[in-house]
Design a protein around this ligand. Structure first.
Ligand code: C5P
Length: 235
């Protein structure tokens, strides 16, 4: 089995720190993720400048709104030429379908490759208790994540973002060609922070994840490059 790709989450405010991480780790990790924090600070031009430096950029803005609004947001980020984008699966099938159509139509219009579109299932910071007590959603977090992954597959998304814990069930339900990106990755000695449904890099790989999304355990380490290399060695 090939090892999963390592995606470094650039969850920093400072563009210089983000660029330093990209330059320092460009030859070590496989792709970089720009999330809400850096995007809200730096916007589209920064995304484009990162894209000129690295092969694969995941723009993690987790769109969640009515179908028309999400479709227009997907259309807009498709123009940035990034490689992976995402929407919340909880937005429902109509929103998911509108997102796929928007991405494909805009990419066709521009003659560019469409970004892969992933559905966020249940956030790795949300567990069964929070789902039930705060959101009134019954069933275990893992069951809900698998159900949402099946919905994403049925509508035609390229894959999902899910916890490494439900990854084996998602793989079984959605097949080998479905991308499973897993945050909530914590090497054995790392701090859990706000993540609740976690696994080590090796467990996530064994469970069948394609992309391991890792932030604080790498960029928060005294030596980020050593931390990334240790994770790759463990895999
Ligand atoms: O620092 P840490 O490794 O916890 O970072 C995880 C990254 O994955 C963050 O950028 C977070 O936004 C993202 N993410 C997540 N859970 C999801 C989807 C994305 O933690 N379900």
């Amino acid at each position: 089995m090939n090892r999963p790709e390592i995606c470094l989450a650039l969850d920093v405010d400072d563009p210089k720190q983000a660029l330093d991480l990209v330059k320092n780790l460009g030859g070590t990790v496989d792709l970089f993720k720009i999330g809400l924090q850096l995007y809200c600070e730096q916007g589209n031009s920064f995304v484009s400048s990162i894209k000129t430096l690295v092969a694969t950029v995941f723009l993690d803005l987790k769109f969640f709104d009515i179908p028309n609004t999400v479709a227009n947001a997907c259309k807009s980020v498709t123009r940035l030429g990034v490689d992976i984008i995402n929407v919340h699966a909880l937005g429902g099938s109509e929103m998911l379908q509108a997102s796929i159509d928007a991405v494909n139509n805009e990419a066709d219009r521009l003659g560019i490759k469409a970004p892969k579109l992933l559905g966020v299932t249940i956030l790795t910071s949300i567990n069964t208790q929070i789902l039930k007590q705060e959101m009134g959603i019954s069933g275990a977090a893992e069951e809900n994540a698998v159900r949402l992954a099946e919905l994403c597959k049925k509508v035609g998304l390229d894959g999902v973002v899910a916890s490494p814990i439900e990854t084996p069930k998602i793989r079984k339900a959605c097949g080998d060609n479905f991308i499973i990106a897993t945050p909530g990755i914590r090497p054995a000695q790392s701090d859990k922070n706000d993540q609740k449904r976690i696994a080590t890099p090796r467990e996530a790989a064994t469970n069948g994840a394609n992309i391991l999304v890792i932030g604080r355990p790498i960029y928060g380490a005294a030596n980020p490059k050593d931390a990334a290399e240790a994770i790759i060695k463990e895999l």
